[in-house]
Ligand binder design. Structure first.
Ligand code: VGL
Ligand code: ZN
Length: 238
């Protein structure tokens, strides 16, 4: 079934924890975690065009967080405040006015949901948001808990199925998480359900995107090395 979502300013996009540590090469990599990035960039364009708020949550742990194996918790240390691993993936094109929500900052408390211990509920309600679209990492932890909390707090919630990836500590965790979200009354969508998305030029694949910054640096270097004509000659003659 193809749905047809018309995004209004009472909708918000919530991008959950698209951080280096949850991507391949990170401290707690979600399989294919980086593959959500180009898809989320398309959702960002849709919400920006509709002038709907865009939220990015981030796991933002102190070094001694209770969820770390070093403190007896289940996870390797990850997303420690102000480290490279806690940064958003560099290809995620967050607009400047993105609302950043830091969570799980209390060393003694695990917080998977973007609503847990944050101002997210009140910010969205004050802004008049009634429906949230949720994508990001990981389907079976922070995405799931954010969607379930959104439902409990009275928001409509739509899970962006093509913009999530999960950990699957047990083989059916992702499948069960999706069922639980849908059973809570959440809806589901993919880019095909947004008529606007068809108008965007296709983003180049990940590999091409990864090359882009290098090309930029190169060009800058060349520009700096280029002889600067008159100005340079005057200096050498002195
Ligand atoms: C997450 C495990 C530990 C998540 C955060 O963002 O889904 N998972 N911390
Ligand atoms: Zn965490």
């Amino acid at each position: 079934m193809t749905r047809n979502f018309d995004i209004k300013c009472t909708d918000a996009l919530i991008i959950v924890d698209v951080q280096n540590d949850f991507c391949p090469g990170g401290a707690l990599p979600v399989p294919e975690g980086d593959q959500v990035v180009p898809v989320l960039n398309d959702y960002i364009k849709i919400f920006k065009k509709a002038m709907a708020p865009i939220v990015a949550t981030r796991d933002w742990h102190p070094q001694n967080h209770i969820s770390f194996t070093t403190q007896g918790g289940p996870w390797p240390p990850h997303c420690i405040q102000n480290t490279e691993g806690a940064k958003f993936h560099y290809n995620l094109k967050l607009p400047e006015d993105t609302l950043i929500i830091s969570k799980a900052t209390d060393p003694l408390k695990e917080a998977y949901s973007g609503f847990d211990g944050t101002a997210l509920e009140s910010i969205l309600k004050v802004a008049g948001v009634t429906r949230v679209f949720v994508g990001g990492l990981a389907t079976d932890y922070c995405v799931k808990n954010t969607v379930l909390d959104a439902r409990k707090l009275g928001f409509e919630a739509i899970l962006l199925l093509d913009a999530v990836r999960g950990i699957n500590v047990r083989p059916n965790d992702v499948k069960n998480a999706i069922m639980e979200m849908l059973q809570s009354g959440a809806g589901q969508a993919t880019l095909e359900d947004f008529p606007d998305a068809l108008m965007f030029p296709q983003d180049s694949d990940n590999e091409d995107l990864a090359k882009k910054p290098l090309i930029k640096v190169d060009t800058k270097k060349k520009a700096r090395m280029r002889p600067r004509g008159k100005y340079k000659r005057v200096r050498t003659e002195q």
